[in-house]
Design a protein around this ligand. Structure first.
Ligand code: NI
Length: 166
């Protein structure tokens, strides 16, 4: 299967808002299969469609418990707070300590068009919040102070200066 190319910061596509999906058709199934293959190849635990240049509300996740695909995901409840180091396939070679809700309830639609509700905590809660952020143009570097962000971006540019990232 053809893999998608993963866009990297500062590609402006990563800052765009994604459209809600109205129709679950064969094209969408194909996009999801390619997204999952791309995520596994990159050894990521989550991928959002805008990371591969598709501005639609689709996320794939696998925290080691099997593939989870969600269409139009929303956080409907949240509880507590926790900080943890996170990486992102769009920001190679860096990690950022990100505050998130400790527990979330997420609602969305699966590939069969059924409404699903997920009550998550720990790594799954974190990964869901991270990927949902991508659908609204938000990245992990937005979650820290301006000063810290400037330092992280400087470090990121240095570490990726010789890469072939776009
Ligand atoms: Ni990410």
């Amino acid at each position: 299967m053809d893999l998608f190319k993963i866009l990297t910061y500062p590609n402006p596509v990563l800052r765009r808002h994604c459209e809600e999906i109205k129709n679950i058709d064969e094209e969408l199934h194909l996009i999801v299969r390619r997204m999952a293959a791309t995520m596994y190849k990159a050894k990521g635990i989550g991928l959002a469609a805008p990371q591969v240049g598709i501005l639609r509300q689709i996320i794939t996740l696998d925290i080691g418990e099997g593939l989870l695909t969600l269409i139009n995901p929303r956080i409907t409840l949240h509880e507590g707070e926790a900080k943890m180091e996170e990486g992102c396939l769009c920001l190679p070679k860096i990690t950022v300590e990100v505050p998130r809700y400790e527990k979330v309830q997420v609602r969305g639609v699966d590939l069969d068009g059924n409404q699903v509700t997920i009550d998550a905590e720990g790594l799954l809660a974190r990964a869901l919040q991270h990927e949902i952020d991508h659908l609204h143009g938000r990245l992990i570097i937005d979650k820290v102070s301006r000063l810290k962000r400037d330092l992280i971006i400087k470090q990121y540019k240095k570490l990726n200066a010789n890469g072939d990232n776009t």
